[in-house]
Design a protein around this ligand. Structure first.
Ligand SMILES: CC(C)(COP(=O)(O)OP(=O)(O)OC[C@H]1O[C@@H](n2cnc3c(N)ncnc32)[C@H](O)[C@@H]1OP(=O)(O)O)[C@@H](O)C(=O)NCCC(=O)NCCS
Length: 194
C-alpha cells in the first residue's frame, strides 16, 4: 500500500549533486509541507541569515493554504531545506519564490535548485511561464542560484528594482530587486522530473 507520505514525496531531478554523506538521494525527501512542519521551518529560516523571520503563523499558512507552492527537504526527520512561494492572484502566469532556506551543512549541493525545479514541475504550477523573486544587491548566493536556474533553463533573467529602500522600507531595509526568469515550458519541467 502506498502511504500518503510516499505519494507526497517528489523525485529529485537528474543532474543532482546530492551524493555525499550530508545529503543523499537515498535519505533526502522533497515533499509538500504539512502544518506540523511549521516550527521546524520557522527555526530553519531563523538560522538562514539574511532571511527575514516571518511569524510562526505565516509559516503555518504557507504549510496549509499554500502547500502546493511550498516545499521542504527532509533528512532523517529534520527539515534541511525550504522554499516558499505562491502564484500572485494578479499575475497567475508568474510563480513567486518568497524564501529559499538551506541548512548550512546542506549547502552547495544543488538542494536549493532541486527544490525550486521540483516545485515548478508540480501540476499546480501548470500555466506558469515565469519565476519571479526579489533579492537584495549583496546576496551573492541568491543571485548565483537564480542566474544558475536561468542558465539551466536557457532563458533570460531580467533584473529591476521593485521595493526601494527609502520609498518602501523607510530606510530600514536594502532595496529588493526583482528577478524575472522565463519564459519557460512547464511541460518540459514535468518531463524532466519523470
Ligand atoms: C542561497 C541558498 C538558498 C543556496 O542554497 P544551495 O542549496 O547552497 O544552492 P545550490 O547548491 O542549489 O546552488 C545554486 C547555484 O548557486 C551557487 N551558489 C550557492 N551558494 C553560493 C555562494 N555562497 N556564493 C556564490 N555562489 C553560490 C552554486 O555554485 C550554484 O551555481 P551553479 O548553478 O553555477 O553551479 C543558501 O545559501 C541559503 O540558504 N542562504 C541563506 C538564505 C538566503 O540567502 N536565501 C536566499 C534568499 S531568498
Amino acid at each position: 500500500m502506498i502511504s500518503d507520505w510516499q505519494k507526497d514525496t517528489e523525485t529529485l531531478p537528474p543532474g543532482k549533486r546530492l551524493d555525499d554523506a550530508i545529503v543523499s538521494t537515498a535519505d533526502l525527501q522533497l515533499r509538500r509541507p504539512v502544518a506540523t512542519d511549521g516550527p521546524a521551518i520557522t527555526a530553519l529560516v531563523a538560522r538562514c541569515a539574511p532571511l527575514d523571520r516571518n511569524s510562526a503563523y505565516c509559516n503555518l499558512l504557507q504549510c496549509t493554504h499554500f502547500a502546493d507552492s511550498c516545499i521542504v527537504a527532509e533528512r532523517d526527520g529534520a527539515i534541511v531545506g525550504w522554499v516558499s512561494g505562491h502564484r500572485p492572484p494578479s499575475d497567475p502566469q508568474d510563480f513567486f519564490v518568497w524564501q529559499v532556506a538551506v541548512a548550512r551543512e546542506g549547502r552547495s549541493k544543488r538542494l536549493a535548485s532541486s527544490m525550486i525545479k521540483a516545485l515548478l514541475a508540480r501540476p499546480a504550477q501548470r500555466g506558469a511561464t515565469h519565476l519571479i523573486t526579489t533579492v537584495t544587491d549583496d546576496n551573492q548566493a541568491s543571485w548565483a542560484l537564480f542566474h544558475g536556474l536561468a542558465r539551466d533553463w536557457d532563458v533570460p533573467l531580467e533584473r529591476s528594482p521593485l521595493f526601494e529602500s527609502s520609498a518602501h522600507f523607510a530606510g530600514a531595509h536594502a532595496t529588493e530587486y526583482q528577478a524575472r526568469i522565463g519564459p519557460f515550458d512547464h511541460g518540459k519541467f514535468q518531463a524532466e522530473q519523470g
